[in-house]
Design a binder for this molecule. Structure first.
Ligand code: FRU
Length: 490
């Protein structure tokens, strides 16, 4: 990744428009890239990262996101904007927040939207660096401002208002405090922010407000023993009356699980009444075991569904995350996923129902133990499989070859995804599982999203193969089942 830190320049709408004119050719190159995804959100050119400000207003879903349109030459961070009514067709609009004030000159960083009486309250972090001061970006030389803008239509925003600055956060914190997410509980408003303290321990800060403008610090959520040095992009949700915190702890090592991941993303079951200082954080669980998943944001839509969109990439990976940059663009969002809690109390993800409208039948039917099935598939496909007794106890295993050479294998109680040879440096990711009953797999030009057992475990990854003459082939070893295969057209 190019060093973005030094190129995060202040830019306003006029500067953006001028650069846009200069980058006309790059826009065309990006648009004609065969690797462009068909049903995932991606930037018209340049760089996209975290989803921000997700909400539904008057039937329209607004999807804002971290956007660096002129990456890698100019790394100014804007809030890009896309809308959809059906999660099939999307409109891309001009950015809504520019890094154009003293409070956010080096990046309009991540944040969230909260709707009240038809007004959209958008909170985000204004990133400012001071190279003239003693500067390490952790304890000095950095402002992390909590800013508010409001909007009546999601397109036009008010002046920026400063709500909190470095001095307003607890004094034992480093200058890493960011990514405000606002919600309502028991008629009071709450804001959580990701934080890193001076001892390099990550946590989530909780603030409270009666008017969405004035915020008071209440407490911090953290694990009993340190877990990651910084928790980015926190989310809070209450599904079926069960509370969860989602966070991206940086540099974690997970004991008791075969996967070790530098930058994690997972959730903690939470018990908290939003009254006193006492709370209970349950065991951390990884939300996605794939190579490309980070900084998800959740929101409740007008129908009450909890929807998640994630950034289909990850920071500081040791594999190639910028393959498409040669064609002028990089990164994408995951498909939208609905969250629910299963009978084990796990937070599960499944592709949003709307996506089923892209399905065109190809084949379906049972496959027998030992025989497997084989089918030529187009690059955009969905495969659903119900498996008979693939479990650690029964000893029945399977291997599923996907596309050219990706292999999803279940054996000895471990489900692994092997992308050696088609992953631009991605190799193998694994999760320990007692059984595999069900798979739902979505493939797009350069992505794979694999939902296991109703989305109790998920693997999201990018994949780089020829995108032609592909196969989905079950090499089942004693484990038959039933499958459905669809082409996805949008
Ligand atoms: C996560 C993150 C956030 C920050 C944003 C900057 O990917 O580092 O913590 O607000 O990206 O683009």
């Amino acid at each position: 990744m190019a060093d973005m830190t030094w190129k995060k320049k202040r830019m306003n709408k006029k500067d953006y428009e001028e650069q846009l004119r200069r980058h006309e050719e790059r826009l065309q190159t990006a648009a004609s890239d065969p690797m462009r995804l068909k049903y995932h959100l991606q930037p018209p050119m340049g760089w996209l990262n975290d989803p921000n400000g997700l909400c539904q207003k008057d039937g329209v879903y607004h999807i804002y996101h971290q956007y660096v349109p002129f990456y890698p030459e100019l790394c100014s961070v804007f809030w890009g904007h896309m809308t959809t009514k059906d999660f099939i067709r999307y409109d891309v609009h001009e950015p809504v927040i520019y890094p154009d004030t003293d409070r956010d000159a080096n990046g309009a960083y991540s944040g969230s939207a909260f709707l009240k009486d038809g007004t959209m309250y958008v909170y985000y972090t204004g990133n400012v660096r001071h190279t003239d001061q003693d500067y390490d970006y952790i304890t000095g030389g950095r402002e992390q401002n909590t800013l508010l803008v409001t909007s009546e239509d999601g397109f036009h925003f008010s002046e920026k208002r400063l709500l909190m600055k470095n001095e307003d956060y607890p004094s034992d914190l480093s200058l890493h405090v960011r990514d405000p997410k606002v919600f309502c509980e028991n008629g009071r408003y709450y804001m959580i922010q990701g934080a890193r303290d001076l001892e390099d321990h990550g946590s989530i800060l909780l603030f409270e407000s009666g008017d969405l403008i004035h915020w008071t610090y209440r407490l911090r959520f953290c694990t009993k023993t340190p877990f990651g040095y910084m928790w980015e992009c926190p989310n809070y949700l209450r599904v079926d009356d069960q509370q969860f915190l989602i966070a991206c702890p940086q540099e974690i090592r997970q004991d008791g699980n075969v996967t070790v991941k530098e930058n994690g993303c997972g959730y903690f079951p939470l018990k908290y009444d939003f009254e006193g200082p006492e709370y209970e954080l349950g065991e951390y669980r990884t939300l996605d075991f794939g190579f490309d998943f980070y900084a998800p944001q959740v929101f409740q839509d007008e129908a009450g569904r909890w929807i998640l969109l994630g950034w289909m990439s990850t920071p500081d990976a040791d594999y190639d995350c910028e393959v498409t940059m040669k064609n002028g663009w990089v990164h994408a969002m995951t498909v939208p996923r609905e969250l629910y809690v299963n009978e084990k109390g796990r937070l599960c993800q499944r592709p949003l129902k709307e996506l089923e409208r892209m399905r065109r039948g190809i084949s379906s039917g049972p496959f027998e133990a030992g025989t497997g099935f084989r089918s030529e598939v187009p690059v955009c496909f969905e495969l659903k499989a119900d498996l008979n007794h693939a479990s650690a106890d029964s000893g029945r295993s399977f291997a599923l070859r996907l596309r050219e050479s990706a292999v999803l294998r279940y054996a000895d109680g471990i489900l692994s995804l092997d992308l050696t040879g088609c992953g631009a440096g991605r190799t193998v990711r694994e999760v320990r599982l007692k059984e595999v009953r069900e798979l739902q797999i979505l493939s797009d030009t350069i992505s794979l999203e694999i939902f296991v057992n109703g989305g109790e475990e998920v693997f999201t990854t990018r994949i780089f193969d020829s995108m032609e003459g592909l196969q989905a082939e079950f090499l089942s070893d004693g484990c038959g089942g039933r499958m459905e295969l669809y082409e996805l057209i949008c």
